[in-house]
Design a protein. Structure first.
Length: 335
């Protein structure tokens, strides 16, 4: 027996192994519950350490307000049943028809082996929501087991990105003063609140950029589940760290391009290269072999072209903006 726990309730299913989840063709994806047309949800197959990661499209996502648990639905594909995607892994479920009430939509989710084990996904009815907003969470407010237990989901019509990693979750909202990066409830001192974010995009996907003094967070995601783009970079004056999103939502590229503050993709690329070039410049030594290895990377990164691009980006950045502050604190250190 395999048990997956969500919100204090065990849904048990007799399974030999977790079936592989195939990446979905966006054109053939047909949600079974209330979802959103304003973006797509994706879940990582395997785990964050998988040598060949891939993403499966899911139709909605409850990210708990502590940022540690999640629950989404993957519709049946081929001979496979409908699955629930949780932080403990996928498991087959039985999804019952919608139960509508005034302003609400409820979907009962049962264990195929035991009908007395169930959860209920609770949504705000579509017609009661303000039109024209990103509505990433599709109105999914909570999941409960009758009156015994309930977990609340992160729910905000202004969300344009949600990403959950092994270390917690991050949310990008579009507010009056621009893009804001925050974290769900965490221990005091570990909360995240970065403002003045910028979005850059190209054919491969998009990146949210947030700057704070000399540090930054860059969240690269694809609206199509492409694994060459999904990465979250944390950079400070002392260290760099990359994390793989386990599940994420990304608003449609057209919506982002139309509504959010943007930064040229070339500027984002320059910042990545500037960071790497500064690192390699600081590694030069009397070790001839190591210097030769550095020079190979130096040329691949086109570091000699970075200073001119840096000067242009610095001149164009708004005075007092997080981007300008970051660039001023991270100039090319080899000139």
């Amino acid at each position: 027996m395999r048990n997956v726990i969500f919100g204090g309730t065990a849904l048990a299913a007799a399974m030999v192994a977790s079936p592989a989840l195939a990446n979905e063709d966006a054109g053939s994806f047909a949600p079974l519950t209330q979802s959103t047309e304003k973006g797509t949800y994706w879940a990582l197959d395997g785990g964050p350490d998988d040598a060949s990661p891939s993403y499966t499209r899911i139709e909605n996502l409850c990210l708990t307000t502590d940022g540690r648990r999640f629950f989404g639905i993957h519709p049946a594909a081929g001979n496979e049943p409908t699955f629930a995607i949780t932080e403990g892994g996928p498991l087959p479920i039985t999804l019952n028809p919608v139960d509508a009430s005034a302003g609400k939509r409820h979907y009962k989710i049962s264990n195929p082996e035991r009908e007395d084990e169930y959860l209920t996904m609770n949504f705000i009815a579509p017609g009661t929501r303000e039109a024209g907003l990103p509505s990433a969470t599709a109105g999914l407010t909570s999941i409960n087991t009758g009156e015994e237990y309930q977990v609340d989901c992160v729910e905000n019509d202004q969300i344009v990105m949600i990403a959950a990693t092994e270390d917690g979750a991050m949310i990008v909202t579009l507010e009056d003063d621009g893009l804001v990066l925050s974290s769900p409830e965490k221990a005091e001192g570990n909360t995240l609140d970065m403002r003045g974010g910028l979005y850059s995009y190209d054919a491969a996907g998009g990146v949210f950029h947030f700057f704070q003094n000399e540090g930054r967070i860059a969240i690269g995601l694809s609206a199509f589940g492409q694994t060459d783009k999904e990465a979250i970079l944390f950079e400070s004056a002392l260290a760099k760290e990359n994390q793989q999103p386990i599940v994420y939502f990304l608003a449609n590229p057209s919506l982002l391009a139309e509504r959010v503050p943007t930064m040229a993709a070339e500027t984002g690329s320059m910042i990545d290269r500037l960071s790497a070039c500064n690192h390699f410049a600081g590694e030069t030594s009397e070790d001839t072999e190591r210097n030769a290895q550095i020079m190979v990377q130096w040329k691949a990164l086109e570091c000699d072209a970075v200073p001119a691009q840096y000067n242009s980006a610095l001149a164009a950045a708004a005075d007092g903006s997080p981007l300008k502050t970051y660039l001023e604190a991270n100039s090319p250190n080899w000139i």
